[in-house]
Design a protein. Structure first.
Length: 299
């Protein structure tokens, strides 16, 4: 037994010596791979009864009605319509010369007025006629005149408006009705040129003018009234007393009397002004078949 213990002790010493003499080698670590696979276990998930928070309803602000100004109606330009044959003048009054003659139904834009609105300055919208003035007695207005400016009338003409044989040749007259003029019942005289100049003979000039007038047998000539259209007259002779300026005019034919006072005044102006265009005549005594024409014209 003692020998066994001695031998065991010797062996242990030998082992210790060998270990001490052997160089230290790092131990190689070998990873161990586990071959075991995880076991998939079906787990029943029970939802927890979690209280759901109901969303708070936030009141939506209704849009405030914005006061939108209503669109302003576009102001229509004032429009003038001629109600009957009329004269368009260079100024607001019968003392101004004629720019053009307008027939019933003619329209134009109102671009000006006089204070009080008795005359309208209109643009006819064409290149042939310049803007001119029309009386409110022969026209009607549509549209607003609030913005129509008040114009200063042009200066009155200094030259005589009545044509003379020396300046324009021989004329006769027709009537522009209801134009605010000084003859008839607010009418105007419109000269019509015969196409013949001064012949140098007063008798010839007067007969030429009157016979040109008497040659028309229609009520209207180029839109102008011819009040003696039903009569059939002819100038036969003319004499002048140079010392007094009195002319004696003899007519032949037939004369149809006027139906009212307005027609009487128009006839008188038409015939007598045709004679008075000649400067040497201050007064005319006109007879038809030896009866004073002026008496026949009375109504």
């Amino acid at each position: 037994m003692t020998n066994f213990i001695n031998r065991l002790g010797s062996m242990l010493i030998l082992v210790v010596v060998l270990v001490a003499c052997t160089p230290e080698t790092p131990e190689e670590l070998v990873p161990t791979i586990s071959q075991s696979s995880p076991t998939l276990t079906a787990t029943k998930i029970i939802p927890s009864a979690t209280a759901t928070i109901k969303p708070t309803v936030t009141p939506t602000e209704e849009p405030t009605a914005t006061s939108t100004s209503a669109p302003t109606a576009t102001e229509e330009p004032a429009l003038l319509t001629i109600n009957q044959n009329a004269i368009c003048r260079l100024g607001p009054g019968t003392l101004y010369d004629v720019e053009t003659y307008l027939t019933e139904g003619t329209q134009g834009s109102i671009t000006g007025q006089v204070d009080g609105g008795a005359w309208w300055f209109i643009d006819l919208g064409n290149e042939l006629d310049s803007p001119c003035w029309v009386s409110d007695t022969v026209s009607s207005v549509a549209g607003s005149i609030v913005s129509v400016p008040i114009l200063t009338p042009p200066p009155l003409p200094t030259l005589p408006l009545t044509p003379t044989t020396e300046s324009v040749g021989i004329v006769y007259y027709m009537i522009a009705e209801n134009t605010g003029g000084p003859v008839g019942c607010g009418d105007s005289l419109i000269p019509i040129f015969v196409g013949t100049g001064n012949t140098g003979s007063l008798e010839t000039n007067v007969r030429t003018a009157l016979n040109a007038l008497f040659a028309h047998h229609t009520k209207y000539v180029n839109g102008l009234l011819n009040p003696i259209y039903e009569s059939r007259m002819k100038a036969k002779g003319v004499t002048l007393d140079a010392s007094t300026g009195v002319a004696l005019v003899q007519l032949g034919g037939t004369f149809v009397k006027p139906v009212d006072i307005c027609e009487s005044k128009r006839m008188h102006a038409q015939v007598f002004f045709t004679v008075y265009q000649f400067e040497k005549i201050d007064f005319a005594a006109i007879y038809i078949n030896n009866v004073l024409l002026g008496d026949l014209m009375e109504k």
